[in-house]
Design a protein around this ligand. Structure first.
Ligand code: AMP
Ligand code: TRP
Length: 329
């Protein structure tokens, strides 16, 4: 292994990625790829823990990879691949399933949230087991650091616990990974409700700006975004809707909230919102130009190459694990 630390992260190819995913996760990876040996995965095996349309899933997997690339993940520096193309993930998950405990998985808040609709009894076993697959993703590559959002912290902690448990039982095998959470400022809140984070699964499209939205849609969504009472452009905790919009302005323009306040002295929400929309459009137009310039064929070539490169790393670790537990390899 090189002297750089290794990071691993992934996004599910379900729903439409939004500026929260970009600012909270992918933009962070782009920065990290210079100082870490980076592996970024399209986690389609996680996506099928809730029902997916097969054709849409296939399209989305390529779409996520294009988004990684358009955002600046550089295949010369980082490896990107599709999870289901490297079967070692499923194999290691099975082995980890035999040391993970029901009680640990029952504590996972994501399972509790996602199983709410159907009830625990109707939820797929895969949804329950989701965190063990994520542990396999991480542990297969001797990952040292896992950059994710706050919501995934509990899952990374499970990966740490499973690594330690396995090591205790069978001897040193896995690196115990650290979680890397982005700064609070990078949490983008819903445009329709600043109390909840912007989300792929929010019912209303007016909750989020999607990375592939066109200019007209962005203007419309920003116009409809909720604001607080009053008319001044000020950055304050008791004005959460405005604070969120100023944060977004700041992230895409590089200006500080103070500078933004100063720019809009004597102006109202209308002026601020139309400039905010233009700032987002300017960023997304160049992002989308890079996205559209990528052909499916070219992206599949990068993904296949990525899978070919990670497979031997995964295979080596899996063989070590199999040997330790008494399988014949
Ligand atoms: P998800 O959309 O839940 O699959 O999350 C994919 C990645 O984006 C994870 O690392 C999340 O923590 C991050 N993420 C999702 N929504 C937001 C948001 N509103 N603000 C910041 N980061 C987010
Ligand atoms: N569960 C993560 C999410 O929804 C995605 C994911 C799957 C992941 N495997 C991973 C993230 C391994 C980091 C490391 O955001």
């Amino acid at each position: 292994m090189s002297s750089k630390k290794r990071i691993f992260s992934g996004v599910q190819p379900s729903g439409n990625l939004h500026i929260g995913n970009y600012l909270g996760a992918i933009a962070n990876w782009v920065k990290l790829q210079d100082s870490y040996e980076s592996i970024f995965c399209v986690v389609d095996m996680h996506a099928i823990t809730v029902p997916q349309d097969p054709e849409i899933l296939r399209k989305k997997s390529i779409e996520i990879a294009k988004i990684y690339l358009a955002a600046g993940i550089d295949p010369k520096k980082s490896l990107i691949f599709i999870q289901s193309q490297v079967s070692e993930h499923a194999e290691l998950m099975w082995i980890l399933n035999t040391i993970a405990k029901m009680s640990e998985l029952e504590k996972m808040t994501q399972f509790k949230d996602k199983s709410q609709k159907e009830g625990k009894e109707g939820a797929a076993v895969g949804l329950f087991d989701y965190p063990v697959l994520m542990a396999a993703d991480i542990l297969l590559y001797d990952t040292q650091v896992v950059p994710v959002g706050e919501d995934q912290k509990q899952h990374v902690e499970l990966a740490r616990d499973l690594a330690k448990r396995f090591n205790n039982k069978f001897g040193d095998t896995f690196i115990v990974p650290e979680v890397h959470i982005k700064k609070e400022g990078m949490r983008v809140m819903g445009l329709d409700n600043p109390e909840k984070k912007m989300s792929k699964s929010a019912e209303s499209i007016y909750n989020r700006i999607e990375l592939l939205d066109d200019a007209e849609m962005i203007r419309k969504k920003i116009r409809k975004a909720v604001t607080d009472s009053g008319s001044e452009i000020i950055y304050r905790d008791d004005k959460p809707a405005l604070k969120n919009l100023i944060n977004i302005y700041s992230s895409f323009s590089g200006k500080t909230p103070k500078e933004i306040e100063a720019m809009f002295v004597g102006k109202g929400y209308g002026d601020f919102k139309s400039e905010l929309a233009e700032v987002i459009i300017a960023f997304l137009e160049s992002f989308q130009a890079r996205y559209n310039a990528l052909s499916d064929k070219e992206v599949m070539k990068i993904l296949n190459k990525g899978a070919d490169k990670v497979r031997p790393i995964a295979r080596k670790k899996l063989d070590e694990v199999k040997t330790k537990i008494g399988f014949i390899v």
